[in-house]
Design a protein around this ligand. Sequence first.
Ligand SMILES: [Zn+2]
Ligand SMILES: [Zn+2]
Ligand SMILES: [Zn+2]
Length: 239
Amino acid sequence: MQFKFKLAKILQPLLERLEGKLERRGNWRQAQILRLIQLNCEDPAESDIMLLALEYIRIGIKLRFYIQREVYLQAKHDILYEQLHVDPSSGNVSTWVTEMETYREERRSLLETIWNLEREMQRRMITMPDGILKRIFCAHQRRDNWYLSAWLRAECAKSGGCCGRKCGCCKKPRNNKRPDHRSHCTSACLCCEEVRGYTINIDNYENDPMITDIGVIGVDKISESYGTDWANAYILGIW
Ligand SMILES: [Zn+2]
Ligand SMILES: [Zn+2]
Ligand SMILES: [Zn+2]
């Protein structure tokens, strides 16, 4: 083991206490920079939890899509329900009833999908090995509104999302039944659909043109500068 790795290990409990002290005094950014310095002194063999963090983030992205899709399906169902009551003798009634049943079915299956994804996130966090990268990641992710950084808002706006407008959809819960969930737009955002003027017909997050998941694109395919900004936005949060 190289000297700097040994030294970092010896000093680790002390530095961890210093991180806590900085955070308690409101110096969150300095605490995170201190963690980053330690990460650079860590034995690379011990820092392969980057992939685990990436997987955790990807599950969060999936969850974001399916929670918005749940709202989307309910809204589409309710529009047809209204039409059916306004015009019960329309020639389209049987089509509307079939479509409503399709929306209901998919929405029912999403309840399970969402529940499983939430448990999966919990499991991934519990099983992520303790270490400096986990401390960096958790310190960032537990901050209120970390996802509303300028870079992530710009990404949302560039994909046609609500951060490019004044509606504020990304700052509010997407679903009253899930008040803790707030997220940037996907193609299932009803507000975006209204502005766009057409529906993006997909039911799988991997095909969503509004989502940039570097796990789907391939980490080796994205540019270094984008990867650095991405890692800062989701893991580090210091600029
Ligand atoms: Zn909006
Ligand atoms: Zn947004
Ligand atoms: Zn939107």
